[in-house]
Each structure stands twice: as C-alpha cells, then as structure tokens.
Ligand binder design. Structure first.
Ligand SMILES: [Zn+2]
Length: 315
C-alpha cells in the first residue's frame, strides 16, 4: 500500500501525486531550516495531498520558497499554477525552454487535450492555471538556489525533453531526476533491484543529448537519485549503464522500423519484446497481462517518441 507521502530522510518527503494509479507518479518536498521547496508538482489533483502534508508537518504556506517542475510534461508541472496561486511567497523555477508554457499554458493544455480527449484531460489535469511571469525564475544551467542552509543546483538535462532540468541536492547526496534517469515502478522491483525503463516520450527524444546528460550526472557522484516515477534509488552508476544501453537499443529499434509502412505497430511490438526479455532477465514474475497493465501506457508513449524521432531524422 502506497501512502500519501513517505519521509525519505535528509528533509526529503516523496508525495503521492495521485496520477493514474498509486505509485505511478510522485513529487518531492524538501524542508531545510524552516524553508521548503517542491520538486515536481504532480497535477492539479495532487494539490490536496500537498496541502495536507504541509498541515501535518506544521509548515506555513509562507515557508514555501520554490516550486520546481523538472520539466513541463503535465505529470510533473500540471499543478504549478494551483501551487503558485496558493503559496504567495514561492517562486517558480523552470527551464528557460519551459517557462513560457507555464506562464501561458493554453498551448500545453491544447496539446494534452488533443492526446487525452476532453473527459480524460478533466479527470487527470482539471485545468492549467497561468503563472505570473514576475514570479518565474528561469533555471539556466548551473543556477544555484538557497534553501535554508542548503544550496540546490539546477542542471540542464536534455534527452527526455529539451525543457528538462535535474536538481542536485548535496545535503541528501541526491539528484532529483524527473524522467532523465528513467522510470522505475515499485511493482517491477525484484531481488535484482529496481527495473529502470527509458521513457522516450514524444516529442524531443534526443539519444546523443541523453548520453551526455547521463555522463554529466554520473560525474557528480551522487549517492542516490530521486525519480518522479517512483521514489528514491541507490547505486546510480549501475543504473546509468543500463540507461546508456537502453538509449542505444531504442535507436536500433527505431532504425529497424524506419522502412516499415506502418511504423508505430512495429515500434510498439519491438519495444515490448525488448522489455519483456529484460524483465525476464531481471527476475520479474509478473505475467504478460500484469506487465501490460503497468507499462502499456509508457510503451505506447515510447513508441510514439521513437516514431517522432525517426520523422525528425528524415528531416
Ligand atoms: Zn516527461
């Protein structure tokens, strides 16, 4: 059973975002010397969980200094507008390429409505509220943020999206990686550890950029990574190697589908074969239908992302 939030130590709490199913998406509260930051926001539906955590911990709304979506995909940034409206002293910290989408979210909302349809958009995201431009800090690579006596560093992190930052937090020895360090659902963890899946979500999959980003993150020698999907994992170097391999495998899968008339079904099937084989080697005991229940949405998005990447390669 996944609770509404878990304290992970070092002043870090993982908050259940309530998106799709418990354990799919989270966001993080950092509390340091009376000052708070939220890394990722979940959706507008996550907001009540965040408020109840603040109440439970006795944190006043004025103590929240930063709202930091790692990137502007809606499971990470969909709740930014609501949070900024209710936390009057907070600044929004966002990648320069993402800022305009949260200041004027109409385009982001229209894109998501097109993908999800109106009913599902309402169900998952409710609405996207605009953020006052005067309260936005654009996170250039290397930007440092003071939080109590801690210092957070924002790192430009292309690969999954060109509007992605990773936040380094020396106090916890951790990197808050959004989707850059893969996704690892608790149901897929075995004796071999968490199962990391590379999300090549449309529309900005960038294999070379992703390799470079992983190398940069590894050079920081962080002790742990905090994933949005889902919670903290240790042994970053071992997992980085697996992600490097997946990037190359995805590129091979994409190239293998390049000549097909109907590319999407080919990509979809090839990605499933790839992950089914890896899951078997990982010691995953879930059967086909259980795996599909957990991963079909992600595999579908990965296939779309590779399709878009192939189109871009073709110029
Ligand atoms: Zn994403």
């Amino acid at each position: 059973m996944i609770s509404r939030y878990q304290d992970l130590g070092w002043g870090v709490s993982c908050i259940e975002a309530g998106f799709q199913r418990p354990g799919l998406a989270g966001c993080y509260l950092l509390l340091r010397d009376g000052e708070a930051a939220l890394i990722d926001t979940g959706t507008a539906r996550t907001f009540p969980n965040i408020l109840s955590l603040f109440a439970e911990k006795g944190i006043d709304r004025s103590q929240l200094r930063y709202v930091i979506p790692t990137h502007v995909h809606l499971d990470h940034a969909g709740g930014a507008g609501q949070l900024m409206a209710h936390f009057p002293r907070a600044s929004l910290v966002v990648h320069p390429n993402g800022a305009r989408h949260l200041i004027a979210p109409e385009k982001l909302a229209a894109g998501s409505r097109a993908v999800y349809g109106e009913a599902d958009f309402q169900r998952h995201f409710l609405e996207l509220l605009p953020v006052d431009e005067a309260r936005v800090i654009t996170a250039q690579d290397g930007l440092e943020l003071e939080l109590g006596n801690s210092r957070l560093t924002c790192i430009d992190a292309p690969g999954h999206a060109r509007h992605h930052i990773v936040i380094h937090d020396p106090a916890s020895g951790g990197l808050f990686t959004g989707d850059t360090f893969g996704i690892a659902y608790p149901e897929l963890t075995t004796k071999a550890g968490p199962y990391l899946l590379l999300p090549s979500t449309p529309v900005q999959f960038d294999p070379e950029g992703w390799h470079r980003t992983l190398d940069r993150l590894l050079a920081i020698a962080a002790k742990r990574v905090f994933l949005t999907h889902y919670s903290g994992i240790d042994q970053a170097p071992q997992h980085a190697e697996s992600l490097h391999q997946q990037i190359d495998a995805y590129v091979d899968i994409a190239r293998g589908a390049a000549g097909q008339q109907e590319r999407y079904p080919h990509l979809h099937q090839a990605l499933w074969e790839f992950h089914d084989a890896r899951l078997d080697r990982h010691g995953c005991r879930l059967d086909q239908s259980q795996r599909r229940l957990l991963l079909e949405m992600d595999i579908g998005l990965c296939a779309q992302g590779l399709d878009v990447w192939l189109q871009r390669q073709a110029g």
